[in-house]
Design a protein around this ligand. Structure first.
Ligand code: GLN
Length: 492
C-alpha cells in the first residue's frame, strides 16, 4: 500500500470515501510515524493514540453507514494552545502544569463535528510568544528540513512550530495553529507548508489560550492550498461564545480554487523591499510576481507608508494585552502553585517558577507600557499607529484586490542563531505583523527553495473576509511552483 502519511488532506478524504483504506489504517499509519519521528523532532508534546483510535473507529462506522462528515476520519494535530476537553492543555508553559480543560475550543469542536481524528497536542512557543519554537517549556521543535549537505538542526519557525513541522514531516495530515503576529505564516514559510491566517473574527477564539486578544486568530497549516481551503471551511463561522467572531457567510473555498487570477489586481508594496532582505527572498518575490502576471493578473506597485512602524507598535500592543491576559495565572486558579509565606508571595513564587524568560519579558514590557506614566507615550501611540496601518490597507483596496510580499526575510535559521537577541528574533515578524494589526487575512504558500535547499514562502494579504480570493491566488502560485517537495526523512 502507498505510504498513507504522504497523502494530502484532500487525497485522504477522497481515499476514505472510495474505501481505498479505512480511517483506522490512516490513523495507525500516522501514529506509527509519530512514534518513529517524535524523539528526533519533538513535535508532539502529548500524543493521544487512544483518543485517535477511538475516533477513527467511530469514523469507520459512520463511513460504512453513509453518514460521514466532510473531514471524516482524517487525522490532525492540534496546537497545544487549543483547549481540548479532558486532555492536558499547557500552551507549552510550566505554569499550566497538568491543566485539563473541562471544555472544548470551538475550532476543535468544529473539527470533531466534521468527523476529524485527533492525533495529539503539538509543541509551540510558550503562550505562542516566539518565532522559532525555542521558547517552549517542552524544548524546541526540530525542522524536518536541513540545509543541503548539513546535519545542523534548524528551527521550524514559531510559534506554531510543532504544527508546521508535523505537517511537513507527515506526522499528521494537517494541523490547527494560531497567529497573533505571524505564527501561522512564518513557520509555514520555513517548513514548506501552507498557512492561512483568517480575517480577525472569522474563526472563534473561544477556548484558545489567549495571548493578545485583539490580534489572535486560529487557522490551518496544511500541505496544499486545497487542504487549507477545506479545513478553513470547517473551522470558520460565527460563534455566540466569542463576541468578536463575525456573523458573515462562510463560502465553499474549495469550489473556486481553480478559477485563476485573470484580471485580479495584485499590489506589490514598495516599503517591503527592506535592507537586509536575503537576495534569494527578493528574487522569489519577483518570481511570484511573474507567475501571477503570466496567469493574467495585473500588477501594481503600491505604497503602505506606515509599514516601518508596524513592528515597534506590535511589540507594544501584543505585550500589553499579554500582560493583562496572563494575570490570571496566579497559582490559585490554574495548574502550578508554588506556596509562599502569604498570598502575594504565592503569586510571585508561582509566576517566577512557571513562566519562561520570553514570557516574563513580555509581561514586563506590557506592564510598563500600560502603567500610568507611560500609557499615553507608548500604548496610546501604538494604537494610533495601528489605525494608520489599517488606513494604509484601506487605501490600497481602492486599487488592488490582494497584496503579494515575501512571508519571511530569511529562510530557516539554526538553533541559537537568534535566540540570544530578542530584537533579531522580533525582526522575523517584519512582513507578517501588519496583517494582524489591520485584522486582515493572510496566507503563506511555499514557492521555492533557498540556495541552502530549505523552503521559502510567499505571502498574500487580502481584504477583510475575502479569504476566497486569497486562496485562489495562492492556488495559482502553487500551480506555477509545482507540488512542493517533502523533506528527506532522515529521522526514521
Ligand atoms: N513572533 C511573534 C511574537 O512573538 C508572533 C507570535 C504569534 O503570532 N503568536 O509575538
Amino acid at each position: 500500500m502507498t505510504d498513507l502519511t504522504k497523502l494530502t488532506l484532500s487525497e485522504a478524504r477522497d481515499g476514505l470515501v472510495a474505501k481505498d483504506f479505512s480511517a483506522t489504517e490512516l490513523t495507525q499509519a500516522h501514529l506509527k510515524a509519530i512514534e518513529a519521528g517524535n524523539d528526533d523532532l519533538n513535535i508532539y508534546v502529548l500524543p493521544t493514540p487512544d483518543v485517535a483510535l477511538a475516533q477513527a473507529k467511530a469514523s469507520d462506522d459512520r463511513i460504512s453507514k453513509g453518514t460521514a462528515g466532510v473531514l471524516e476520519g482524517v487525522p490532525l494535530g492540534i496546537k497545544d494552545l487549543f483547549c481540548t476537553r479532558g486532555v492536558r492543555t499547557t500552551a507549552c508553559s510550566k505554569i499550566l502544569d497538568d491543566f485539563k480543560p473541562t471544555y472544548e475550543s470551538t475550532v476543535t469542536q468544529n473539527l470533531w463535528d466534521a468527523g476529524a481524528v485527533m492525533l495529539g497536542k503539538l509543541n509551540n512557543d510558550e503562550f505562542a510568544m516566539g518565532s522559532s519554537n525555542e521558547n517552549s517549556a517542552f524544548g524546541p521543535v526540530v525542522n524536518p528540513w536541513r540545509r543541503k549537505g548539513s546535519q545542523d538542526k534548524l528551527v521550524p519557525g514559531g510559534s506554531s512550530g510543532g504544527s508546521a513541522a508535523a505537517v511537513a514531516a507527515g506526522l499528521c495530515l494537517a494541523a490547527t495553529a494560531t497567529d497573533t503576529g505571524g505564527s501561522i505564516r512564518q513557520p509555514a514559510s520555513l517548513t514548506g507548508t501552507v498557512g492561512v491566517k483568517p480575517t480577525y473574527g472569522r474563526c472563534s477564539r473561544y477556548g484558545i489560550v489567549a495571548f493578545a486578544s485583539s490580534l489572535d486568530q486560529a487557522g490551518p497549516i496544511t500541505k496544499t492550498v486545497r487542504d487549507g481551503a477545506l479545513m478553513l471551511k470547517v473551522i470558520a463561522g460565527h460563534d455566540p461564545k466569542d463576541s468578536t467572531s463575525v456573523d458573515v457567510a462562510v463560502p465553499d473555498y474549495e469550489a473556486g480554487l481553480q478559477e485563476g487570477v485573470k484580471g485580479l489586481r495584485v499590489g506589490v508594496p514598495k516599503e517591503y523591499r527592506i535592507d537586509g532582505m536575503a537576495e534569494e527572498v527578493a528574487s522569489l518575490w519577483e518570481q511570484g510576481i511573474a507567475w501571477l502576471k503570466d496567469a493574467g493578473a495585473i500588477i501594481h506597485e503600491i505604497s503602505l507608508p506606515h509599514t516601518k512602524y508596524a513592528l515597534p507598535a506590535y511589540y507594544i500592543i501584543a505585550p500589553a494585552e499579554a500582560s493583562s491576559n496572563l494575570a490570571r495565572y496566579d497559582g490559585v486558579r490554574y495548574g502550578l502553585r508554588v506556596p509562599g509565606k502569604d498570598l502575594i508571595d504565592t503569586y510571585e513564587e508561582t509566576r517566577a517558577a512557571g513562566f519562561g524568560a520570553e514570557v516574563k519579558r513580555r509581561v514586563l514590557i506590557g506592564t510598563y507600557v500600560l502603567s500610568a506614566g507611560y500609557y499615553d507615550a507608548y500604548y496610546l501611540k501604538a494604537q494610533k499607529v495601528r489605525t494608520l496601518i489599517k488606513g494604509d490597507f484601506d487605501a490600497a483596496w481602492n486599487t488592488v484586490d490582494v497584496v503579494l510580499t515575501p512571508t519571511t526575510p530569511t529562510p530557516a535559521f539554526a538553533f541559537g542563531e537568534k535566540s540570544g537577541d530578542p530584537v533579531q528574533m522580533y525582526l522575523e515578524d517584519i512582513f507578517t505583523v501588519t496583517v494582524n494589526m489591520a485584522g486582515l487575512p493572510g496566507l503563506s504558500v511555499p514557492a521555492g527553495l533557498s540556495g541552502e535547499g530549505t523552503p521559502l514562502g510567499l505571502q498574500l494579504i487580502g481584504k477583510p473576509f475575502d479569504e476566497a480570493t486569497l486562496l485562489r491566488a495562492g492556488q495559482t502560485i502553487e500551480n506555477a511552483a509545482g507540488r512542493f517537495p517533502i523533506p528527506e526523512r532522515w529521522w526514521v
